[in-house]
Design a protein around this ligand. Structure first.
Ligand code: BGC
Length: 754
């Protein structure tokens, strides 16, 4: 009693003391950060004083080694150039020993400025993770961050300082193969994923040898090529960009991304690589980005192909003026920039600014203290492909699977299932499971076939169709095995290499033969599960209609087989949701849920926005995904805010009414009922992934702030207008409860102030 009383008296004192303590700690952290920044500033300034113009230009030069990820380039005697200090960075060098070898060359140069090694570590390094669109289906930011952290840990241990990831381009057109590398079609969700990935790669401290620099790419709007055709032009107004594409880039920068990659395409008719409005005005001036911008592969030289520069010299001048700091692979900077500066066509201060930005990142990585600190073979051996990495990959892969259909609850497989007919060569192909942009060690990848053979069931395996030609193989034998089995599991899909860069496809329908095979298997009466393996939304109407159950497994990487089996047998209850709309028909593409309100709104009646011959509705909407349990939504309420930043709160009750524990992604959509500009019919503005036991109910509350209500104008003003809004909370973009709200005041914010 006495103690409690004494504590009550002492509480204000203790609180004041602890406030002072935390303020002091905070201030001393802030001031030690300032000290560190000042130290870096002094170091970089003094180094730059010693540099010749050629050495400065050298820092802006990145050359490919070992293999190219674009057209072949002439790198000349690059080893000599490195040893002379005329190269700042290399891409595609990997491995502690290999990076050490090149760094030793750089240490022969006059000023011994270390090289920066960059690589596309897109979905895991030696331990492969799900392709990014698959990982995004987890709607689990902690898992996504964990995946990037693991990739960084392994890559850093292999001498790599910098990944060209995350790709944050919003894509609405799944003909474009690179939808595989992004987080899907939604800018709000894309922004959340961008933040998680940047945090995962970079951690809190870039000098930590478990972290690497991230690169937000491709700035900007690379995900909107006309007709979904790779490397095509982009036709984009500023308002469209700001409202539908911009947020993920901005979020990545705000999360501290150290670098940004410019896009191949043009933006408002100027190639992004030399687009001053994008790189200098918006990115560096408005958003205060203090890292550096690297071009995409060859893209500065390709400004000549865009016919926006007559030659390399003009491209170099336009690049540096626009704010492009490092040139990947072509030689416009290395051949012309020094001359341009000497002849005063380019001010020295532009060159200096670019050099400083690059040197600062090298400093932050700790490379000036020890240029070899990432190139440790001992660390590489213990970290790369470790059991910890594989556990991370399994965790993320399980969460990325989306259950699209489960008629008659075929899944999870019951303990009575003794014989499984496994059909489809994709289930046995480690190469496909690791997919495009893979750095994974395929020898360590666990295929579905491998994992299923370890289960306590008899597996009757048939290849089903030829992986290259899709031709059906020995249908009679396959069907005979299916008839003997308790369940048929059929892996269909695109090859792993069919999505990614340069993988635009005019036809994204799963091969007719594969679908006919599914139909024939299902017609035997044996319960049939389809596993859809892909790196993009695809069309597979016949197969999904014929099968009892469908799981979209994307390409899951090294732990694909274990993850899929865990989901099949219910050791993990699937919780993924589609981050992109799956079309019903090619004619619907591009298709996305946040289309705008029109004068003759979308509907299948006459005089409405529609097609003569196909419905408006997709095969599966954005946010869709089932579970082995059931969730029911009730009691949506719009509650008052806090009188300050929170205008209102949307609360909804979610109950697990099924018989298994499970996770649900509760989604909040907002519609602005009347606005000065045309607005989407709904936009995702919040989501929460929750876990519920059977019989459990949770109340999920979303705060509504300016960020949920406003829009961007063509002149990049963020505007929140007063008036009516509708809030929709539910299980996907088509199924929700809704409630209304009226905002009384308005507010206009300039972009810089946000
Ligand atoms: C891609 C980039 C990639 C670069 C380096 C380009 O072709 O567009 O995303 O980072 O190559 O490999």
């Amino acid at each position: 009693m006495v103690t409690r009383y004494a504590l009550t008296l002492l509480r204000p004192l203790l609180m004041a003391a602890s406030a002072v303590f935390f303020m002091t700690v905070f201030q001393s952290c802030a001031s030690s950060q300032d000290d560190e920044e000042r130290r870096m500033d002094r170091f970089v300034s003094s180094l730059m004083k010693k540099m010749t113009i050629e050495e400065k230009v050298g820092q802006l030069v990145q050359i490919p080694a070992n293999f190219t990820t674009g057209p072949e380039v002439e790198t000349g005697d690059y080893k000599k150039a490195i040893a002379e200090g005329y190269v700042g960075s290399m891409l595609n060098v990997e491995g502690a020993a290999e990076t050490r070898k090149y760094q030793e060359l750089a240490m022969q140069s006059r000023l011994k400025i270390p090289l920066l090694f960059g690589k596309d570590v897109i979905h895991g390094y030696r331990t492969g993770f799900p392709v990014p669109i698959g990982e995004a289906a987890s709607f689990d930011l902690e898992a996504i961050e964990r995946s990037a952290r693991c990739a960084a840990r392994e890559a850093a241990a292999s001498g790599i300082h910098w990944t060209f990831a995350p790709m944050v381009d919003v894509g609405w057109d799944s003909r474009w193969g690179r939808v595989m590398e992004g987080a899907g079609e939604d800018p709000y969700y894309g922004a959340a994923v961008a933040r998680a990935r940047v945090r995962g790669f970079q951690g809190d401290d870039l000098s930590d040898t478990l972290t690497i620099l991230s690169c937000v790419k491709h700035f900007a709007a690379y995900g909107a090529p006309i007709a979904g055709k790779e490397y095509n032009s982009v036709d984009m107004s500023m308002g469209q960009f700001a409202n539908f594409y911009m947020l993920p880039y901005k979020a990545g920068i705000e999360a501290g991304a150290a670098t940004v990659m410019s896009a191949f395409n043009d933006f408002c008719s100027v190639p992004c690589t030399v687009n001053r409005q994008l790189l200098r005005d918006i990115l560096k001036d408005d958003w205060g980005f203090d890292g550096f911008v690297v071009s995409d592969y060859n893209s500065l030289g390709e400004v000549i192909n865009h016919r926006c520069a007559a030659d390399g010299r003009e491209a170099a001048r336009k690049g540096i003026e626009a704010g492009l700091d490092m040139e990947m692979s072509t030689d416009c900077y290395s051949s012309h920039l020094a001359g341009l500066v000497r002849e005063k066509e380019v001010p020295m201060k532009l060159l200096d600014d670019a050099v400083r930005r690059i040197l600062e990142q090298k400093y932050r990585l700790g490379l000036f203290e020890d240029p070899f600190r990432y190139s440790s073979e001992a660390r590489e051996k213990s970290i790369v492909s470790s059991a910890e990495s594989h556990a991370d990959a399994l965790y993320v892969s399980e969460r990325s699977v989306v259950l699209l259909k489960n008629e008659g609850n075929i899944l999870p497989l019951s303990p009575d299932v003794k014989t499984v007919a496994l059909v489809g060569g994709l289930s046995k192909s480690a190469h496909d499971m690791c997919a495009k942009w893979s750095c994974a060690d395929e020898r360590l990848a666990v295929t579905l076939y491998d994992a299923m053979m370890r289960r306590d069931v008899e597996v009757l395996y048939n290849e089903g169709y030829n992986l290259d030609t899709d031709e059906i193989l020995d249908m009679e034998k396959t069907l005979a095995d299916v008839r003997k089995a308790d369940v048929a599991v059929v892996a269909i899909g695109e090859r792993g290499e069919y999505s990614g860069e340069m993988r635009s496809r005019g036809d994204i329908e799963i091969a007719r033969e594969q679908q006919e095979l599914v139909q024939a298997i299902a017609a035997t009466g044996t319960p049939t599960v389809v596993l859809l393996m892909c790196g993009r939304p695809v069309i597979f109407n016949e197969a999904r209609q014929a099968a009892g159950s469908v799981l979209c497994t994307w390409w899951l990487g090294s732990e694909a087989g274990n993850a899929i089996c865990n989901v099949l047998w219910g050791d993990y209850n699937p919780s993924g949701k589609l981050p992109a709309t799956f079309p019903l028909h090619h004619g619907q593409i591009p298709i996305y849920y946040q289309y705008k309100s029109t004068g003759r709104p979308a509907s299948n009646g006459w005089w409405h926005s529609r097609y003569m011959d196909i419905p408006n509705e997709p095969a599966y909407p954005f946010g869709y995904g089932l579970s082995y349990t059931e969730f029911s939504y009730s009691d949506l309420q719009v509650l008052p805010g806090d009188g300050k930043d929170v205008h209102a709160r949307v609360s909804v009750k979610v109950a697990n009414t099924g018989s298994r524990s499970g996770e649900e992604v509760v989604q909040l959509y907002v519609r602005d009922e009347v606005a000065a500009i045309t607005r989407p019919v709904k936009e995702l503005k919040g989501f929460r992934k929750i876990a519920l036991d059977p019989g459990e109910t949770a109340e999920v509350v979303f705060d509504i702030t300016d960020a949920q209500l406003g829009f961007w104008t063509e002149s990049l003003e963020y505007v929140v207008e007063p008036g009516d809004f509708t809030f929709m909370a539910g299980t996907d973009s088509e199924h929700f409860l809704s409630g209304g709200f009226t905002l009384e005041e308005s507010l206009h914010l300039k972009m810089k102030e946000r």
